[in-house]
Design a protein around this ligand. Structure first.
Ligand SMILES: *Cc1c(COP(=O)(O)O)cnc(C)c1O
Length: 404
């Protein structure tokens, strides 16, 4: 290895609070110039003083200083020994899959993110990786689904789009001693609200495209962990296969991370108000939000999360047309896939993010609407939902499928 991503020349911020680490960990003023903000090191290669003698950096597929700063910040925020960053969340997932061999089995949640499901089922399945899916919120079902060749258990919590909660410590207890890795996709919570390594996970995965970046302007992924051998394997395969983020992408995520704490507090507070509003609305059939005491995962969520994040799903009374009428009438909420940005987004999972699981066990209701509640003023957010939902049944002029 040419460069230690846990660079010991950086001061130790481990005793500082989250908000302080988000701004300072890995982000010392630039030693060359004193620049307060980590520069975007737009360079593919680095000058060598003599053959093989260099200052830690050789080539930017292997390492880049902006990426190093990001990775040190990520490791600090998730409480891990190391972090690696990638060109997307799915590139991070693919890199973790290099820990598997043909004949190994992966256990996934039955409502895993569609792209993760697609990678394991439609790509890695062709390379001898077996997978099954079960309800990971049911620990008895997890015990029953573990196989002799299970080498990875893949948890998402909260899940998408029903915001189910999985007990990370409960799963860790089942997995420990079996030789399987426990991966937690922490995209929906962010490290401000949930740190899975503290509950026994081996790896945390992020789509940094969502809350970590936080401004809907960059696609990137990360893996954080403690195991030093796994780090060597993942780093080797990342360098060999090449799915790294560019320096500017790494910089955008670093910039986003600095405000993660304040953003997550606002997202959570606004989502709580939206959930309460929806619960009282006559057009709403059911609200899915782990902050509600009647949510089946509420107790576990309250134990392993610091707050309940900004995602709220709900079903409306009526038909697909009623749901489509609402998602096409909002103004503060933009009709778009993705989540976790400062702006509010609304989508119809059945015809948008989850269209590919139609006809499978993971199929979602046609009256389901998913909100990524942003950090606009709460009164404007509620007023927007009020006006959109007041419209009742409406025949859309353009169908939701063609409007994508
Ligand atoms: C978006 C997402 C991913 C995939 O990340 P990309 O950055 O889009 O590749 C993985 N997991 C979850 C929960 C996501 O929301």
């Amino acid at each position: 290895m040419t460069h230690d991503t846990n660079d010991m020349t950086q001061p130790d911020w481990s005793d500082a609070r989250f908000e302080t680490r988000a701004i300072h960990a890995g982000q010392e003023p630039d030693p060359a110039t004193g620049a307060v903000i980590t520069p975007v090191y737009l360079t593919s290669t680095y000058c060598q003083e003599a053959i093989g003698v260099f200052k830690g950096y050789e080539y930017s597929r292997t390492d880049n200083p902006t990426r190093t700063a990001l990775q040190e910040a990520l490791a600090s925020l998730e409480g891990g020994a190391w972090a690696l960053s990638y060109a997307s969340g799915l590139a991070a997932t693919q890199n973790l899959a290099y820990l598997l061999r043909p004949g190994d089995h992966v256990l996934l949640s039955n409502d895993t993110y569609g792209g993760t499901y697609r990678l394991f089922a439609k790509v890695l399945g062709n390379y001898g990786i077996e997978m099954t899916m079960t309800d990971l919120a049911d620990l008895d079902a997890v015990r029953a689904a573990m196989q002799r060749n299970t080498k990875m258990v893949w948890v998402e919590t909260p899940t998408n789009p029903y915001l189910r909660i999985v007990d990370i410590a409960g799963i860790a207890e089942i997995v420990s001693g079996t030789g399987a890795w426990l991966v937690v996709d922490n995209t929906f919570a962010s490290p401000y609200l949930q740190t899975p390594l503290d509950h026994g996970a081996d790896f945390v995965l992020h789509s940094m495209t969502k809350y970590l970046g936080g401004h809907s302007d960059v696609v990137a992924g990360a893996v954080i962990g403690n195991d030093p051998e796994a780090f060597e394997t993942l780093k080797f395969h990342q360098n060999a296969a090449g799915a790294v983020p560019g320096p500017f992408d790494a910089w955008l995520i670093l910039r986003g991370i600095k405000t993660l704490g304040v953003r997550m507090r606002e997202h959570s507070a606004n989502a709580r108000r939206v959930a309460a509003f929806l619960q009282d609305h006559p057009s709403v059939a059911k609200v899915y939000y782990p902050g509600l005491p009647e949510h089946p995962g509420h107790e576990v969520a309250a134990r392993q999360m610091r707050d309940f994040s900004g995602m709220v799903s709900f079903t409306v009374n009526g038909s697909y047309e009623d749901a489509a009428g609402i998602v096409e009438s909002t103004r503060v909420f933009s009709l778009a896939e993705s989540l976790g940005g400062v702006e509010s987004l609304v989508e119809h999972p059945g015809r948008m993010t989850h269209a590919s699981v139609a006809g499978t066990d993971a199929e979602v209701e046609d009256t389901l609407i998913r909100l990524s509640v942003g950090i606009e003023h709460i009164d404007d957010i509620i007023a927007d939902l009020e006006q959109a939902m007041g419209q009742g049944v409406r025949v859309p002029t353009v169908s939701a499928t063609t409007a994508r």
